[in-house]
Design a protein around this ligand. Sequence first.
Ligand code: CUA
Length: 342
Amino acid sequence: MDWNFLPIFPHSASNFAPQVDSLYAYLVLVSAFFSILIAILIVTFAIKFRRKSETEIPAPVDEHSTGGMILEITWSVIPLLLSLVMFGWGAIIFFDESKPPSDAMEIWVTGKQWMWKVQHLEGTREINELHVPVNRNIRLTLTSEDVIHDFYVPAFRTKTDVVPGRYTTEWFRPTKVGQYHLFCAEYCGTKHSGMVGTIYVMDPAEYDAWLTSGTNVGSMAQKGEALFQQLGCATCHTSDGKGRCPNLAGVWGTKVELRGGSAALVDASYVRESIVNPLAKIVNGYDPIMPTFQGLVTEDQIQQLIEYVRSIGPKQPGPPPAIAKPGETPAKLTPVLGQPQK
Ligand code: CUA
């Protein structure tokens, strides 16, 4: 149900908005009902049972009476059931918001004091703005370069902490074309209140036009591949599998066997850890020889390297992003490589 007719709700522009608003309306109605009921009873009882004369002494309560038992059980069980509905309903929405659908479009977001940086797989970048097509499932992978931020879009009813050193995800399906506020919802320093932006929800055709306009210098995977060469990764991670470090082709999404017998899933967090803290997990059969790249690559570049590893992985379900296929050399490599990217 769309509760926008009530002026207390912000714009309702995602799949989650009606769900969250309905639950919120239930909370408000239950609270209002009991607040009013209790207020009426207080006033009524105060008048009805008031002391009517100076000498009046109330009748003693009958110690052996059990008449109060039914009343006590009633006023315990009904609120219990009402609050269990709040819990169950809230949990359903929470789990829905925590599980991005597999066909979701991937977008990378990095927070830093005090701005939001966005990378689309196709290579387009933006700052304090996020363009998305309407009626498509969108999954954001978020991280921070410094302190904890929080990516909050009231019109979508979604809010996720953005934590340095790890990836969090947020997903939504925008349902209405328009412009919506983006806020940082975690106090992150002097200009926290200025860490705001705009979400543009566009028609798919307009979105495609927007994506291909501007000076795009290659997809994220292509930039990642160029970095992979330039940083010297390719000298050890050779593609013939005979290098001193594991061949990365085809490993994305698989489980690799580690020293000591455990296994690890190759996903974004694993690749990131392998870049900044390579000794944390050593693939079985290899030596712990890789130096750390902490401080040598930015979060944006790590994301590009991750997209490169994903692009040479096995075929993934979902819509294929515009990235280089295995064995395919990008037509043109970006000329700005090596310079720190903003
Ligand atoms: Cu970033 Cu508050």
